[in-house]
Ligand binder design. Sequence first.
Ligand SMILES: [Zn+2]
Length: 308
Amino acid sequence: MRHILILIMFGYGFGLAQAAESGMKLIQVAPQSYYVEGASALGSKENKNFISNAGVVIAPEGVVVIDALGSPALAEMLVAEIKKITSKPIQHVIVTHYHADHIYGLQVFADLGAKIIAQENGREYLNSDTATLRLRVSKEELAPWVNDKTRLVPATLWVNQNETLQLSGMAFQLLMMGPAHTPDDLAVFVPEQNVLYAGDLVFRGRIPFVGTADSVGWIKSLDSLLQVNAKTIVPGHGPYSTEAQQDLIFTRDYLVFLRESLRQGARDLEPFDEVYAAIDWSKYKSVPLFDAANRMNAFNVYLSIQNE
Ligand SMILES: [Zn+2]
């Protein structure tokens, strides 16, 4: 009986490992620009926490990576994928925000000698109890992919204003976005490729996850990203698109809709359930993840309006 169980577990584990491995492949979005796409799922042992995207730009002198994925094992897989298409060294990693699923692979790139660039507010997160606690929980939930050797890696360069950096011989516009989805959001526009790596500021084809985000800051950020006028957008999660403007507008309009429909009720201290029930949600009801996310999003925005 025990043998059968072990066999079943082995087969199961093997199948999933294979699926996860074959799931990582570089998708080309512009001549020198790529990304890998994580699963639309919660982080788990089975998917190694491969639930977010990472960008890859092959610049003239080296490789620039955008985000480091959710575990060192994934980062190693990404390095292997990059090696399949170029022998250039990985010289830089730009972090779009210090959230677990985007940063637990950083140490792999740091060990390769890559410079890490992030927005200054990320320091606060790194030094917070939230970050320590999250890593402790992840070591349990995502073992063995996140384990005692997994460490939080600070940036080697913290940026605190919009700036264009020449990285490995190519121009990268770093756009300060937070506080929006997180306090330290940073979007990356590569003008020569006309590609915008937007981090978690843009959700495509699904209801966004608002969480405790600053919705006013987020709307402002999206308005400024619209000015960039990018053609291709690679979000932090989900597939890329060549209709960047439409995607930016979808996320912005959803946030604006939440704020406008909840504002009066929240200010008048009407009970949330009543305010929520009175809103006509028909515009968003058929969008994926409406049932999973919309009510919680609305509740968070309702609370934040009361605190403004
Ligand atoms: Zn994310």
